[in-house]
Design a binder for this molecule. Structure first.
Ligand code: HEM
Length: 209
C-alpha cells in the first residue's frame, strides 16, 4: 500500500520570493538575449521595450532578493543550506552516480528528503553558488550599468562599462544554464510535476510503500 506523507518545506514568503524571482528571471533572460542579438535588420522585439522590461524586472528581482536573504535569516530555512566541506566530495560523487545511473535502475536516492534535509548536496552547492554569487553579482553589475556614475570609468586601458557589461552578460549566461538544469532536476521523480506543485502549495509529498 502506498500512502502519502506531506512535509511543509516551502513557507509562503519563500514561495512569493520564488515566483517573483522565476518570472523576473525568465523575462530578464528573454529581454537580455534580445538586446544582445538585436540588430535593425532582424528584430526579436522592440529594443526600447526590451530595455524597459529588463530594467523593471531587474529591479523586481533585486528587491525580492532581499526577501530571500531576510526570510532565510529570520527563519530556519537557512539551515537547509548549511554545507559541511568535510566529506563533500564523496557526497557529491554519490549524488552524481545516482543522477546518472541509480535513478535509471530504480535505486533509492542517497539523500532522501525529510523535515531535516530539503536539499541533496548537489542542490545545496548549486543553490549556494547561484543565490550568493550569481544573483548578487548580477544585481551589482546591473546597478552599475543602470547608474554608470557608480562604476570606475577605466580599469587599466579598458572601459569600466565594457568590463561590467561582460561580467553581467557572463553571469546571466551561467544563470540561464543553471535554470535549464534546475528545471530538469525538478522534474525528476516518480511524478514529474510533483516538485512544481510543491513550490506552489508548499508541501512535498513522499510516497511511503
Ligand atoms: C520557471 C522558472 C522556475 C521554476 C519552474 C522553478 C522550480 C522550482 C522548484 C520545483 C523548486 C522546488 C524543488 C527544489 O527545492 O529543488 C524550486 C526551488 C528553488 N529554486 Fe526554482 N524554479 C524556477 C526558477 C528559479 C530561478 C531563476 C532561481 C534562481 C536564480 C531559482 C532558485 C531556486 C532555489 C534557491 C530554490 C530552493 C528554495 C528553498 O527551498 O530554499 N529557481 N524551484
Amino acid at each position: 500500500m502506498t500512502h502519502v506523507h506531506k512535509i511543509y518545506l516551502y513557507p509562503l514568503w519563500l514561495r512569493i520570493w520564488h515566483a517573483i524571482n522565476a518570472l523576473g528571471i525568465l523575462i530578464l533572460i528573454t529581454t537580455g538575449i534580445t538586446m544582445q542579438y538585436s540588430n535593425p535588420a532582424f528584430k526579436l522585439m522592440n529594443f526600447e521595450l526590451a530595455v524597459n522590461l529588463h530594467n523593471i524586472s531587474g529591479i523586481a528581482v533585486s528587491v525580492s532578493y532581499f526577501l530571500f536573504i531576510i526570510g532565510n535569516r529570520l527563519t530556519h530555512n537557512h539551515t537547509y543550506y548549511r554545507l559541511k566541506l568535510k566529506g563533500l566530495y564523496t557526497k557529491l560523487t554519490l549524488q552524481i552516480v545516482y543522477y546518472t545511473y541509480g535513478i535509471f535502475k530504480n535505486q533509492s536516492p542517497p539523500f532522501p528528503i525529510s523535515e531535516k534535509r530539503k536539499f541533496n548536496p548537489m542542490q545545496k552547492v548549486a543553490y549556494l553558488i547561484v543565490m550568493y554569487l550569481f544573483v548578487p553579482g548580477l544585481i551589482l553589475t546591473g546597478l552599475g550599468l543602470l547608474f554608470p556614475e557608480l562604476i570606475l570609468e577605466n580599469i587599466y586601458q579598458l572601459s569600466g562599462i565594457f568590463l561590467t557589461a561582460i561580467l553581467h552578460a557572463s553571469l546571466g549566461f551561467l544563470t540561464s544554464i543553471f535554470l535549464i538544469i534546475h528545471l530538469y532536476v525538478a522534474s525528476i521523480g516518480k511524478y514529474p510535476l510533483n516538485n512544481f506543485r510543491s513550490i506552489v502549495n508548499g508541501y512535498h509529498d513522499t510516497n511511503i510503500h
